[in-house]
Unconditional design. Sequence first.
Length: 311
Amino acid sequence: MIGADVSVAAELLQSGKLVAIPTETVYGLAANAFNSQAVLNIFKAKNRPSFDPLIVHIASFDWVKRLATVFPPKAQLLAETFWPGSLTIILPKTDLVPDVVTSGLPLVGLRMPNHSTTLELLSQLDFPLAAPSANPFGYVSPTTASHVADQLGDKMDYILDGGACKIGVESTIVSFEDPEKPVILRFGGISVEQIEAVVGTVSISISNNSNPAAPGQLDKHYATKKIIELVNSPELLWDVDQHQHYTIGYGEGHFSFNLSPTSNLDEIASNLFVALRLADQASQPKIVVSLVTESGIGRAINDRLRRAAAR
Ligand code: TXA
Ligand code: MG
């Protein structure tokens, strides 16, 4: 059932049920992070492999002390600058965090989402929420309540509708496994440039199948059922046969879907997953998408596109 009643969502979560929650990045499939059975049910609902850890969502800084054994100064600085927002910080976990949440890792990912409905929900709960994106494992992430309903509607008790997600790509993940040396594990809503402006140069370790440091960052992910071909700029889509190909571009020109007529990267990010879903449902057998400039949130956009296109 879809609704906007925060107290209904709170009651269901208290009784160990699954509830989809809105965030500014994508919708999450949430459960009480302290209830191992409920968390296991998230993995089942998504058909998610047990080695892929979940992000724990909080609404106040007090929770960091209870969930993490240390909060290094640089991590604190990033949290104070970007929370609530599209940043997940990986820290050594306390015993309060069940192993099932972190897939047995000694580290936990924490995030304070920037969405008033979910912040209100969290403030009514005396536990944090473990939540991955609310899509079947490997498919495009949901950015509206109806995306969630379409694919996983029967797997949860309630979908808390908070409108369309404003950012549209998942959070940036920064690991503090070494407290002195932050490492970016996933490009996302907060850009590398924004992070480096706060804590100086950070290293980047965007992983794939062969790098177990950030489990779950598989080469093929965020994928449509149809084959996706990528081109380097939208002009290369102008002459593509739109009966055979669903074209996704931006700027001038006629595309099956124009992500942003003004080529604005934030607008492109917020429309990206909507476009990929429509492309998958369209009559054309193939999808062609233009990559964007590799800066700011553009890195996250290109990362999602390359993984979606990986065979
Ligand atoms: O924006 C987001 O982050 C969304 C919303 C719902 O908050 N969530 C999201 O979750 O994208 P998910 O499960 O689709 O991606 C979480 C990823 C995992 O695949 C893994 O790569 C990384 O976060 N992660 C989580 N906990 C980790 C840990 N302890 N160590 C390393 N990586 C971790
Ligand atoms: Mg996901």
